[in-house]
Design a protein around this ligand. Structure first.
Ligand code: SF4
Length: 229
């Protein structure tokens, strides 16, 4: 694989762990609020071969606990991704995968092959509104399959939604709650309007802290833990 970025150390992207993070190139969604546009449209200038990433990770042994694989959408790389994850596990790292949930087969293979230790899946919108929200046609059956897979897999996971106030109104957030009822963890993520895919979204805002507290209380009726970040 070729990666579009490498962060040497992150303390916030793998719960409770010190991690390095790599960015995969390409995505099958076009979320207007996406803050990695150069990875999505594949114009990113940084190009790091897999061998270099693995050599770097071997050199970090003992300094980091984990590797976070984010994007773009990592699962569009299929078997190449799974093979890279296996190599990262071989170095002795915990592996976290960020995904938009469009490829349940790859998630399932990663779980079955024991090459993933934590999965974070975006829930972009209620199912009825998915395509509009991500600006691409979406097979929502695949999204549903990924949700049930994570909830039954035994692998630690979280769901999360990036919140642009006008795009995801409170009633939609509660509908998401019903769709992931019983989930272990769900995060309400504040939208940050710097460097985003759709320039028209630069003026959009997220919820206030008070509104988020209220949404957190309401979502806690559906999920075991609801956080704000
Ligand atoms: S937010 Fe994630 S799923 Fe959406 S376009 Fe960006 S990388 Fe793809």
């Amino acid at each position: 694989m070729i990666f579009g970025g490498l962060e040497k150390t992150t303390l916030i992207d793998y719960p409770g762990k010190i991690a390095s993070m790599v960015y995969t190139i390409g995505c099958n969604f076009r979320c207007p609020f996406c803050h990695n546009p150069e990875l999505v449209d594949e114009t990113v200038e940084t190009r790091i071969p897999e061998e270099d990433v693995l050599a770097f990770l071997k050199g970090r042994k003992g300094m980091v606990d984990a590797l976070v694989i984010t994007g773009g959408e990592p699962t569009i790389h299929g078997e190449d991704l799974l093979s890279f994850m296996k190599k990262a596990k071989g170095i002795g790292l915990l592996v976290k995968l960020d995904s938009n949930g469009t490829n349940p087969d790859i998630l399932e293979k990663a779980i079955k092959r024991k090459v993933v230790d934590y999965i974070a899946m975006d829930i972009k919108a209620p199912f009825r509104n998915y395509s509009k929200t991500v600006a691409m046609p979406v097979d929502t059956e695949a999204i549903k399959k990924s949700i049930s897979l994570l909830m039954s897999s035994g692998v630690p996971y979280e769901f999360r939604t990036t919140l642009v106030k006008t795009l995801t109104p409170p009633e939609d957030i509660l509908e998401i709650g019903k769709q992931i009822k019983g989930a272990e963890a769900y995060y309400l993520q504040k939208f940050v309007s710097t460097k985003i895919l759709n320039p028209q979204f630069r003026r959009k805002t997220t919820y206030t802290d008070e509104e988020l507290d209220d949404l957190q209380a309401k979502m806690s009726k559906y999920v075991k833990f609801c956080g704000i970040r």
